[in-house]
Ligand binder design. Structure first.
Ligand SMILES: Cc1cc2nc3c(=O)[nH]c(=O)nc-3n(C[C@H](O)[C@H](O)[C@H](O)COP(=O)(O)OP(=O)(O)OC[C@H]3O[C@@H](n4cnc5c(N)ncnc54)[C@H](O)[C@@H]3O)c2cc1C
Length: 517
């Protein structure tokens, strides 16, 4: 029980495996003789899922802490800047759209701008009024200049990236710079210790690999967590219906075609289509509910979406890949000496790209609270399970909000999504509260919520939700709000003049690189 924890074994070499290895190694391994040792085992017979092209701004600090050069990352991973998400046709299907930017409303820590924006709601959208990012999105502007240091910014950003290249890039960095041991082999058996812990895993060619802590990053196979431990899966299909995805790659018309700053999500009859701009191509896909549309009709809708970009012939012959989604998560994520991270822990449709950030947060908590020995592990496991169960619930509420607020009546998908039996009670409660006061700091019941109250504001007011004006607003606060709205107009003008387009900046990064920090 008191033996120091030394050997961490990660099974799985998709984004979850390599991000987890890199995050823990960067903090606990300084050289080949460090006390903590990380071995990553991945099968050559099972390919990583290879999708997942949108990240949160958290990825900047993750890469930075791993000692990665942002320039090298851009060049190796076909990466571009992501400044948030743009939602089209979600509310009324009348060509409308709204933005959920990464930047908080200006002055967010001191003042809630939402009630002060309400009187102007017919003149300017919430996102346009409270900061510059939606304007930058409209003009495909980058969030920084070529003279801005790596990871620094004028407007907050995450990334769009090629998932396959990202995995390879992380693998190289982890093995060459962070002393992570890499074994390519298929795990065929999990061996138990007397106390029910995992003692070792058996592989086809490398025999038994023992460890003190095992991390299951085997994706939907979940070979340690589901196959060995049988940890129950909590399905969320009754809340978030989407259980299928079709993915396709779309070439740009030419080398100068604009690269979008926002993941564009366009609502369809039975789901929504994502559209992500990388420097060399777009990644496009339809996430839908198989209970509301069959694969054939979903494919038709996806081909119709890409036809204006590719022309009919190329759109008809584009290679489309089908991916099954099982919406939900495990009942718990840390059991005995085993933690599930990534798709083995669960997966919910990628509407707000919440999977990679959950991987980062899981690995960061393990790294920060790395058990000194077996005696402390159960205490940390309990905390981990409570924290991440809440995070999953917060994600589910937030994603469901996008559907619950829709006024679309054009298909049973949208009507079913508004059935109160499909809306979690926690979200129903919040929606009642928000009729009378806008979400703000005290809506967060936990520290480090996945989605801050600002995110709820962007979606609520982007989708036309009305909060009754407060009975009384302080004069000082009203003046402060007016000042911030005016400052936003000026700052937006300045940034639109100063910032290059995404394409211009990425070309410059290829040529000169970004200044090192
Ligand atoms: C359609 C779709 C779109 C998505 N979009 C986004 C997005 O925009 N943003 C976002 O954050 N996330 C997104 N995701 C989620 C994201 O792709 C995943 O969270 C991420 O790729 C992590 O996957 P993983 O590493 O858990 O699993 P995988 O990539 O499936 O990796 C599993 C690994 O386990 C190994 N393995 C399996 N069995 C064995 C065995 N027996 N022995 C040894 N090794 C084994 C495999 O070899 C592989 O290396 C999306 C997912 C889908 C399905």
């Amino acid at each position: 029980m008191h033996k120091p924890l030394k050997k961490i074994v990660i099974v799985g070499g998709g984004s979850a495996g390599w991000l987890t290895a890199g995050i823990i190694a960067a903090e606990h391994i300084s050289n080949e003789n460090s006390v903590v040792e990380i071995t990553l085992v991945e099968s050559a017979d099972v390919a990583p899922v290879g999708v997942g092209e949108g990240t949160w701004p958290s990825m900047r600090s993750t890469l930075k802490k791993m000692g990665i050069s942002e320039t090298a990352f851009f060049l190796s991973c076909d990466a571009s800047f992501k400044q948030g998400s743009k939602f089209s046709h979600w509310t009324t299907n009348t060509n409308e759209h709204y933005y959920h930017p990464f930047t908080l409303p200006n002055g967010f820590n001191d003042i809630n701008l939402a009630p002060h924006w309400q009187p102007y709601r017919d003149k300017i959208s919430f996102a346009d009024a409270v900061n510059e990012q939606s304007h930058l999105g409209l003009h495909n502007r980058a969030p920084k200049q070529i003279s801005t240091a790596e990871y620094a910014f004028s407007a907050n950003y995450g990334y769009h990236l090629d998932a396959g290249k990202f995995g390879q890039f992380l693998q190289k960095h982890c093995t060459e710079k962070l002393h992570v041991k890499h074994i390519i082999d298929h795990v065929i058996k999990v061996n138990s210790a007397e106390n029910g812990d995992i003692a070792s895993i058996s592989t086809k060619q490398n025999g038994e690999i023992s460890g003190d802590l095992f991390i299951d990053c085997t994706g939907s196979a979940a070979i340690l967590f589901a196959k060995h431990y049988n940890i129950p899966f909590v399905s969320k299909k009754q809340v978030l219906f989407n259980d299928s995805a079709l993915a396709v790659q779309v070439q740009y018309q030419n080398d100068e075609s604009p690269i979008a700053s926002f993941t564009h999500s366009t609502a369809q009859k039975a789901g929504w289509i994502w559209d992500i701009g990388l420097p060399s191509r777009r990644g496009v896909g339809y996430t839908y509910s198989s209970s509301h549309i069959n694969d054939e009709n979903a494919e038709k809708e996806l081909r119709a979406y890409i036809t204006p970009s590719l022309g009919e012939k190329a759109a008809d012959s584009a290679m489309i890949r089908k991916i099954a989604i099982n919406p939900g998560h495990r009942e718990k994520f840390w059991h005995k000496n085993c933690v599930a991270i990534g798709m083995s822990a669960g997966f919910i449709e990628p509407l707000e790209a919440s999977a990679l950030v959950l991987i980062e947060l899981s690995a960061k908590m393990i790294s920060e609270q790395l058990p000194a020995n077996r005696q402390t592990m159960d205490i940390i496991a309990k905390r981990f399970n409570e924290k991440f169960l809440h995070r999953w619930e917060n994600i589910i509420d937030f994603l469901k909000l996008h559907y619950a607020l829709s006024k679309r009546n054009d298909s049973s998908y949208w009507l079913d999504n508004r059935e109160s039996s499909t809306i979690p009670e926690t979200l129903q409660e919040q929606l009642t509260l928000w009729k009378y006061h806008s979400p703000y700091k005290f809506d967060a019941t936990h520290t480090e919520e996945m989605f801050p109250s600002a995110s709820f504001q962007y979606v609520l007011y982007g989708m036309g939700f009305i909060t009754e004006p407060p009975r009384k607003k302080s004069v000082d606060q009203s003046q402060e709000a007016e000042k911030l709205f005016n400052e936003n107009v000026n700052r937006t003008k300045q940034l639109l003049t100063a910032l290059p387009t995404n394409r211009e900046l990425i070309n410059k990064i290829k040529q000169y690189g970004l200044p090192k920090i």
